[in-house]
Design a protein around this ligand. Sequence first.
Ligand code: HEM
Length: 247
Amino acid sequence: MIAALALVVVLTASLGVAAPQPASNSAATDVCAAQSGLATWGFKESFRAYISGSIANGEWMTSGDISYSTPAFTLSALTGEVLFDDAVGELGATGSIRFTGHEGILDTTIADPRLVFENWDRLVLIVDVMGTTQEFVPVDEADVAFAEGDLAAASWRAEGDRLVIEAIPLTLTSQGADAFGTYPAGEPLDDLALSLSVGASCATGIIEARASASAPLGPLVIAAIVLAAVVAVAGFVVVRARRRLRR
Ligand code: HEM
């Protein structure tokens, strides 16, 4: 019976997320890490169309490690550390995007973006926000948890020594909605794409770990668990029956 129970424990444990193998990168830890990379993000296509169109007659300017090439901003030189045993950590860039329009009446800047990985499924985009809301209420707020990204719905792949996470759906948080002052919380923003330097073995290891974690249970694994459970119960019944007979 003990052997059968052990089999159940081993099989059940094997269904958890397999930790990626250590990288050959420079992480001071023995797990795979991203310490640099870049992000591309269009902010919100309809907002860019509004700013550059005939209503606002505006433009946007970038500074620092942020640049623009239609249709997206690039956040280059992301630095920090995300550890891919639990997909937790932070990468950030220094720089800003300043949107202007309506002859300067609209003047909003978002700056110093940070991408905080909370787990395999979720990241939060944190920015500083300066400007006014649509109702002309002044805003000057640091570290606004502006948007949340759905990493579970994104597309993950290994590309050489890089981990590429594309089509990350991003939605405005309630703090983001308050600071930006126009769109409601939950408003979809443009998708985010990340290219993170992790080392070749880690890039493939991370993809394999995710794939095995999200793979449905194979029929053999299910059969083995059921069989082990049946053997455990049968063993328990037999042992109890024998004890009763002895009394
Ligand atoms: C002179 C002042 C302003 C005028 C006349 C104005 C006018 C407008 C108009 C007519 C639209 C609708 C555009 C469309 O449906 O295509 C619009 C949309 C919008 N305005 Fe303004 N606006 C002003 C100031 C501001 C300010 C200060 C902000 C602050 C950020 C702002 C943010 C927005 C946003 C986010 C949208 C929605 C864009 C989208 O379709 O995604 N506006 N505005």
